[in-house]
Design a protein around this ligand. Structure first.
Ligand code: NDP
Length: 286
């Protein structure tokens, strides 16, 4: 009898549109590097096809899947359990299927935390978040659960900003406040870490969130969620003022590492994934 197997473990992504989502290339690079007999399939799943897609994944014995727009909230109705942060965030982007049971996780904020942990411990620190969309919400919740002292949420749309501040105050031990995004917003002096969690800078290396660059203090940590281009105008301005910077490409790679760990219990090499994304985005390798 041959010990060979021709049956791969299956994972993938459900979203739409998805033709420009490079996650498949990033994750399959890690599978190949580690000689894992697994595949990641990028699936264009429309809103009304989500239930069938999930039933199909369970029927085919998938290990799990990522989900993105428009399924991050709709998927909740199909899950058996939710991880702590996903339950507070109210959105899921990674599902683990084990013995036919589905568990929802949210890796957006965890990917950010992993990047941050390379430069500081969030415990007791003051954070300023620009933006109040899905990425900001996930990052705010993970920071709060990791022991952040205070979160200042700054957003154009006040209702969305207030909503995240209330969520943090109601559901975690951290303290949060909302500040309206006034012109040339000055980052408060006591902030240890500034995070751009808006979409400003996506696909545009010159686009800069409307902040006063002189309020970026030497020694402050400045992070950007934008994965492409990773060296955003904000991060360049922060570097010029002696800040420590973290880019969104690293956060995206960390999410890939976390997903594979959740599905297979295996830690894959982040640099393999980062190189693959850098090649796809056409940026110089770090
Ligand atoms: P959402 O659409 O949910 O939120 C977008 C946010 O950006 C809102 O707060 C919006 O403000 C703000 N915004 C947009 N344009 C401007 C502007 N010109 N000035 C100020 N604020 C602005 O998106 P997500 O939260 O899902 O994603 C945000 C970004 O994060 C995206 O670019 C995405 O690519 C990136 N991302 C990166 C990840 C990574 O791993 N690196 C993971 C997830 C997301 P308002 O509410 O006032 O409209």
């Amino acid at each position: 009898m041959s010990s060979q197997t021709f049956l791969a473990a299956l994972t993938g992504s459900f979203s739409t549109p998805c033709a420009d989502n490079p996650t498949v290339a990033m994750i399959e690079a890690a599978y190949r590097h580690h000689d894992m007999n697994a595949r990641y399939i990028n699936c264009d799943v429309k809103a009304d096809g989500l239930a069938d897609a999930i039933r199909g994944a369970v029927a085919m014995g998938w290990a799990g899947f990522n989900c993105s727009i428009p399924h991050k909230i709709a998927v909740l109705a199909h899950l058996d359990t939710l991880a702590e942060s996903a339950a507070i965030i109210g959105a899921v982007n990674c599902v683990v299927i084990r013995d036919g049971k589905l568990t929802g996780e949210n890796t957006d904020g965890k990917g950010f935390l992993d990047s941050l942990s390379g430069v500081t411990d969030p415990k007791g620190k003051d954070f300023c978040l620009l933006g109040a969309g899905g990425a900001a919400r996930a990052i705010a919740v993970e920071l709060a659960l990791a022991g952040a002292r205070r979160l200042t949420i700054v957003n154009r749309d006040a209702a969305r900003g207030r909503d995240i501040a209330a969520l943090i105050n109601d559901r975690t031990a951290a303290e949060a406040m909302f500040l309206p995004w006034t012109e040339r917003f000055a980052i408060p002096r006591d902030v240890d870490v500034l995070i751009n969690a808006t979409s400003v800078g996506l696909g545009d290396a010159q686009a800069m969130p409307d902040i006063d660059p002189d309020s970026l203090r030497h020694g402050m940590i400045v992070a950007d969620v934008i994965p492409n281009p990773p060296r955003t105008a904000l991060l360049r301005a922060a570097e010029a003022r002696g800040c420590t910077t973290l880019d969104g490409l690293g956060m995206l790679v960390n999410q890939g590492v976390i997903s594979v760990r959740l599905w297979f219990g295996q830690d894959v090499d982040a640099t393999i994934m980062a190189r693959q994304l850098q090649d796809i985005f056409g940026v110089a390798r770090a």
